[in-house]
Design a protein. Structure first.
Length: 321
C-alpha cells in the first residue's frame, strides 16, 4: 500500500502533535500551512507557531497566509497559498486547530478532501474551545473526532471517533495533552484507512449540538453567587488561560488574585464571605456550598499554596469580590 501525500494545516501545540505523528508514520508532507508569526513573550518578538517550528526542523515548505479567501483582504496571499497547494498536489489535507476558515476551493483541492482533528465527541461541542467547554459543563467524557470537512463549522461527516474520560482533577492543560496525543494516533489510523479506501463516513446527529465559544478574558472573574461546583469546574477549564480571578482588598489597594486549584466543601454562607482562613485552609462561601482554595497567584508572582498565600496576607477582609 502506497503512502498518501499529506498537506497539513495547523498552528498550536495541539496541531504539532498530529504533524509529528504523521511524519513518524512515514507519510510524505510536501506543504504545511500555519498562521503568520505572532508577537509573544515579554519582548513581544515575532515567534513562529509550534507547527512551523516542527515543519522547519523537517525541511518542509511552509506557507503563512493571513487568509485563504481569494476575494478577501489578502487576495495575493491566498492566491500564493493556492498555488503552493496545487504544486504540492496532496492526496489529502489534514487540518488541526489551524485558525483560518478553509474556503471551498481548499476543501476541493486534495482528491480525498480535508480531514479535521476535532477535540470533542461531535456534535457535542463544535467551535473554537471544545476542551475548555467540556470541562466547564461538567461532561463525564470527551474525545477526538476525525471529520471529513465541509463548508460548515464542524458539521462534516464523522470518520473515526475515540472517547476519553474527563477526570475529576482534569485541567484544560492536562486534557489538551491527552487529546493531542490521541488525535495524532487517530489521524494516522484514518490516513492508513483512507489509503486503502477503508474509511466510513457517518453523518453527525442533528440532536445534541452545542457551540464552544472562544474563551474570553472577561470570563476569568469569579462570581461567588454561582454554585461552588460551577466555579470549581471553571477553575480547571480556564487553566492555563485565562485563569480565574477575584479581587482582594488590602491596605495598599485592591489586587487581582488568580485561583488555580480549588475543591467543593459541603458548607454554606453568604456568597463571597470567607468562612475559614488558617493554616492550609481558606474556604469561601458560594451561591451553593463553598469552595476551598488551594493554589493561588498574586500579581507578578508564581503559583503558591494556600498556606504560603495566607502567610503573605496575614489580614484578610471578611469577604471577597
Amino acid at each position: 500500500m502506497s503512502k498518501l501525500k499529506v498537506a497539513f494545516a495547523g498552528t498550536p501545540e495541539f496541531a504539532s502533535e498530529a504533524l509529528r505523528a504523521i511524519l513518524a508514520a512515514g507519510f510524505e508532507v510536501p506543504l504545511v500551512l500555519t498562521q503568520p508569526d505572532r508577537p509573544a513573550g515579554r519582548g513581544m518578538k515575532l515567534q513562529a507557531s509550534p507547527v512551523k517550528q516542527l515543519a522547519q526542523q523537517h525541511g518542509i515548505t511552509v506557507a503563512q497566509p493571513h487568509s485563504l479567501k481569494l476575494d478577501g483582504k489578502y487576495p495575493n496571499e491566498a492566491k500564493a497559498a493556492q498555488a503552493a497547494l496545487q504544486t504540492a498536489a496532496p492526496d489529502v489535507m489534514v487540518v488541526a486547530a489551524y485558525g483560518l476558515i478553509l474556503p471551498q476551493w481548499a476543501l476541493n483541492l486534495p482528491r480525498l478532501g480535508c480531514l479535521n482533528i476535532h477535540g470533542s465527541l461531535l456534535p457535542r461541542w463544535r467551535g473554537a474551545a471544545p476542551i475548555h467547554r467540556a470541562i466547564e459543563a461538567g461532561d463525564a467524557e470527551t474525545g477526538i473526532t476525525i471529520m471529513q470537512m465541509d463548508i460548515g463549522l464542524d458539521t462534516g461527516d464523522m470518520l473515526v471517533i475515540e472517547k476519553d474520560a474527563i477526570r475529576p482533577d482534569d485541567t484544560t492543560a492536562a486534557l489538551h495533552d491527552r487529546l493531542a496525543a490521541l488525535g495524532g494516533r487517530l489521524i494516522v489510523e484514518a490516513l492508513e484507512m483512507a489509503a486503502c479506501g477503508g474509511l466510513t463516513a457517518t453523518p453527525q446527529p442533528e440532536e445534541g449540538v452545542n457551540y464552544a465559544h472562544k474563551i474570553e478574558k472577561a470570563e476569568a472573574a469569579i462570581d461567588w453567587r454561582l454554585p461552588a461546583t460551577t466555579i470549581e469546574r471553571r477553575v480547571r477549564a480556564f487553566d492555563p488561560f485565562p485563569g480565574t480571578t477575584f479581587q482582594l482588598a488590602g491596605e495598599k489597594g485592591t489586587d487581582t488574585i488568580k485561583l488555580w486549584a480549588a475543591s467543593v466543601v459541603p458548607t454554606g454562607g453568604q456568597p463571597g464571605v470567607i468562612l475559614h482562613a488558617q493554616g492550609d485552609t481558606l474556604v469561601v462561601a458560594c451561591g451553593e456550598q463553598a469552595l476551598a482554595l488551594h493554589t493561588l497567584q498574586k500579581p507578578g508572582g508564581k503559583r503558591i499554596s494556600v498556606r504560603e498565600f495566607l502567610q503573605s496576607c496575614p489580614t484578610l477582609p471578611a469577604s471577597l469580590a
